[in-house]
Design a binder for this molecule. Structure first.
Ligand SMILES: [Zn+2]
Length: 398
C-alpha cells in the first residue's frame, strides 16, 4: 500500500471514530471515556486518541462530573461533553412516505421547516440526501446560518441495534438494513446527530411538550404504517439490551393469520396498520354511499361522527388494546399515549383501547392507566427530535 493510500485509510478510520463519538455525545450528553468506549465499541486507545484530538480542536471539553462515581483516587470521574454552543437545533422526522426537517428549540418553537413527500423505503441514499437538503432549506427559512445550529436529532421508522447503530430487521426499511443513519446524516450535515426509532422520538416529544408531561412511566404508541412503541420506565427511555425494545407491532394476535412483512403470521400490525384500517374504511364508506367507492378517505379525525366508520376505528382500538393490556399488566404505566396517523382518529380509537384494557388488564392496573391520544398529533416525532437535539446542546452549555 502506498503512503497516500495508507493515510487515506487512516483518515477514513479516524473520521468514523470521531463521528461515532460525536453521535453518542449528542445523544447522551455527558459521558465518561469508559462509557464512550462501551457505547461505540471502540477500544480504550481509540477513544483516548480521538478525545485528545477533539479537545485540541475545541469540539469537546473534559471535566470532573458535578456528581457521579468517584475514581479510586477519590476524584470524581471526568466526563466528556460537546463544547459547541450555537443556539438552535435541527430536528428530522423520517416517515414511511415523508421527510420533515425543522430548525427550532426544544421548547416547541419552530423557526423554519421544510417537508418532502417521498417513498424513503427503496432509496436510502436519496432519502438521506433529501433530508440534508431539507435541513438547509429549514435553516434558510429560519434565517439562520448553518453554523448557528449546534446539534441535530432524527427519528427513523426502523428498529436500530444499539451495538452497531445500524438498522435491523424486521423493518419497513428493508433496503436500509445494515445502514448507520446517524453516521450518514452526520457526514451530510456536518453536525453530531442523535438517532432513535420514530416511536421513541414520539415518546420524547409527548413527554416534554404534550400528553406525557410530568409522567415517569408511560407507553407511547406510534400507530401508522407500522405499529411501534416508545417506553418510558422510571423516568428513563427504555431501549432494552440492544436497542430493539418496544416493537409491539409484531406481537401475535390470537386468531389472526395474515402474513406480516417480518415473515410471521398474525402480527398486530397486519390488523391495525393505518393502511389496513383505511382499506376497511373504504369498504364501509362505499357501502354507506350506495356502493360508490370514495375517491379519498376523509382525515381520520373527521370520521367520529359517522357511526359505521367510527365502529371500524373502535374495533381497531380494541385489537390494539388487547396487546396493550398485556403490557399494562406487566409495566403498570400511568398513561398510554396514542400517536401516529391512526392516533388522529381520536375518541373512537381511544374508546376501543380503553374497552380492551378494562376487559383484559387487572382492575387495579387498568384503573391506574390513562388512555389518551397524543396532543402533538403527527408532529410528536418532529418535536421529539428537536427536544433530543436541544438536550444535547444544553449539556454543552451547562
Ligand atoms: Zn410481524
Amino acid at each position: 500500500m502506498s503512503d497516500l493510500h495508507e493515510s487515506a485509510a487512516l483518515s477514513a478510520r479516524r473520521l468514523r471514530t470521531r463521528t461515532a463519538l460525536l453521535a453518542v455525545l449528542a445523544e447522551y450528553g455527558a459521558l465518561s471515556r469508559a462509557d464512550l468506549g462501551r457505547l461505540t465499541g471502540l477500544s480504550r486507545s481509540a477513544v483516548s486518541s480521538a478525545v485528545a484530538d477533539l479537545r485540541a480542536e475545541g469540539a469537546v471539553t473534559e471535566q470532573p462530573a458535578p456528581t457521579g462515581p468517584v475514581t479510586g483516587r477519590g476524584r470524581p470521574a471526568a466526563v466528556v461533553t460537546l463544547s459547541r454552543d450555537t443556539g438552535l437545533v435541527l430536528g428530522l422526522d423520517l416517515g414511511h412516505a415523508h421527510i420533515t426537517a425543522a430548525v427550532g428549540t426544544g421548547e416547541g418553537t419552530v423557526l423554519g421547516e421544510a417537508t418532502a413527500l417521498l417513498d424513503i423505503d427503496d432509496h436510502p441514499q436519496r432519502a438521506l440526501d433529501t433530508a440534508a437538503d431539507l435541513a438547509v432549506e429549514a435553516m434558510r427559512q429560519a434565517g439562520c446560518r448553518p453554523d448557528a445550529v449546534g446539534a441535530a436529532a432524527a427519528g427513523i421508522p426502523a428498529a436500530m441495534d444499539l451495538r452497531t447503530r445500524a438498522v435491523r430487521a424486521p423493518t419497513i426499511l428493508a433496503k436500509w438494513i445494515g445502514l448507520d443513519p446517524a453516521a450518514e446524516l452526520a457526514r451530510r450535515l456536518r453536525l453530531p446527530v442523535a438517532v432513535a426509532n420514530d416511536a421513541e422520538m414520539g415518546a420524547r416529544g409527548e413527554r416534554a411538550l404534550g400528553a406525557g408531561r410530568g409522567l415517569n412511566d408511560l407507553i407511547y404508541v406510534k400507530a401508522s404504517h407500522g405499529v411501534g412503541s416508545g417506553l418510558v420506565l422510571g423516568g428513563q427511555f427504555y431501549r432494552g439490551a440492544t436497542g430493539l425494545a418496544g416493537e409491539i407491532g409484531h406481537i401475535q394476535l390470537p386468531g389472526a393469520t395474515n402474513w406480516c412483512r417480518c415473515g410471521n403470521r398474525g402480527c398486530l400490525e397486519t390488523v391495525v396498520s393505518v393502511a389496513e384500517v383505511r382499506r376497511r374504511l373504504t369498504h364501509v364508506l362505499a357501502s354507506a354511499d350506495r356502493g360508490n367507492v370514495p375517491a379519498e378517505i376523509p382525515p381520520l379525525a373527521e370520521l367520529g361522527g359517522r357511526p359505521a366508520a367510527a365502529r371500524v376505528i373502535t374495533d381497531a382500538g380494541r385489537t390494539l388494546g388487547r396487546v396493550l393490556a398485556d403490557l399494562v399488566n406487566c409495566l403498570n404505566p400511568a398513561a398510554i399515549i396514542i400517536g401516529g396517523e391512526l392516533g388522529q382518529a381520536g375518541t373512537p380509537l381511544v374508546t376501543g383501547v380503553r374497552e380492551s384494557i378494562d376487559r383484559y388488564a387487572q382492575p387495579a392496573v387498568a384503573d391506574a392507566v390513562e388512555i389518551t391520544a397524543g396532543t402533538l398529533g403527527v408532529r410528536a416525532e418532529l418535536h421529539g427530535a428537536l427536544v433530543t437535539a436541544a438536550e444535547a446542546r444544553r449539556t454543552v452549555t451547562a
